[in-house]
Design a protein around this ligand. Structure first.
Ligand code: PGA
Length: 260
């Protein structure tokens, strides 16, 4: 059978959880739980805090585990006087493959805007990695009926300057802010509607080939019990999982929703 055009990607965003010692066990347990059918059906990435990246890399590389290493953020410059920041060059050196960019917690709490997000996405690509750019509306915006406009605006501005080939190779995560960490997930219909809007916009701006291959994740209270229906939406190519990814059994069960 030919490979599907868009291989699903399930990403575990650990946020500010799991220290570098705990990381070793969590990664080993996740690898043990993932079956060959799981890793045959989907790509799996984990996004530990910066201080845990080296531990995760060591386990993944030495045991040749079928898990991709990811980061949660990076700066856009390669080096310099940026106290407290981590450069994409440093992440690439750790065999990081995916970098989450513009998560709503960073947009809301750390003041990241679309211009910063687009610089970061470009820098991630320039260093041979793949950005996972996050977009999503607040509850007020949804209730005001502006979801499509807000998300379209974020996509257009956050991907500004990327080439069609880059957009076709990247990952976009649609994460309604009201669904993140709240236990209240979007319905599969809502997730599909917004994913469809994003894919159509990408087709208009970056061309049909980019729209056909860009991977669109849904994020926001994805759990083992709701993953199958959310991932069945035709334009949803995976999930960005926060809370449920801290338990390797939970993340593996979400991957199994694809392979079964
Ligand atoms: P959640 O977080 O799964 O805990 O809702 C998702 C995210 O922030 O990526």
């Amino acid at each position: 059978m030919p490979e599907p055009a868009r291989r699903p990607l399930i990403s575990g965003n650990w946020k500010m959880n799991i220290n570098h010692l705990e990381t070793i066990q969590v990664v080993q347990k996740l690898a043990y739980r993932l079956t060959p059918a799981d890793t045959g059906a989907a790509d799996v990435s984990i996004h530990p805090p910066f201080t845990s990246l080296r531990s995760a890399q060591t386990v993944i590389d030495s045991d040749e585990l079928p898990i991709s290493l990811g980061a949660q953020n990076c700066h856009w410059e390669a080096s310099g006087a940026f106290t407290g920041e981590i450069s994409p060059v440093m992440l690439a050196k750790l065999n990081v493959r995916y970098v989450i960019v513009g998560h709503s917690e960073r947009r809301q709490m750390m003041g990241e805007d679309d211009v910063m997000v687009s610089r970061k996405a470009g820098a991630v690509f320039a260093n041979g990695m793949v950005p996972i750019v996050c977009v999503g509306e607040t509850l007020d915006e949804r209730e005001a009926g502006t979801t499509a406009a807000v998300v379209s605006g974020q996509v257009a501005a956050s991907l500004d300057g990327l080439s069609p080939a880059q957009v076709g190779a990247m990952v976009l995560a649609y994460e309604p802010i009201w669904a993140i960490g709240t236990g209240r997930n979007a319905t599969p219909e809502d997730a599909q509607e917004v994913a469809g809007i994003i894919r159509a916009l990408i087709g208009e701006r970056w061309g049909a080939p980019a729209a056909a291959t860009v991977r669109l994740q849904y994020g926001g209270s994805v759990r083992p019990d709701n993953a199958a229906e959310l991932l069945a939406a035709p334009d949803v190519d995976g999930a960005l999982v926060g809370g449920a990814s801290l338990d390797p059994d939970g993340l593996a069960a979400i991957v199994a929703a694809i392979s079964q």
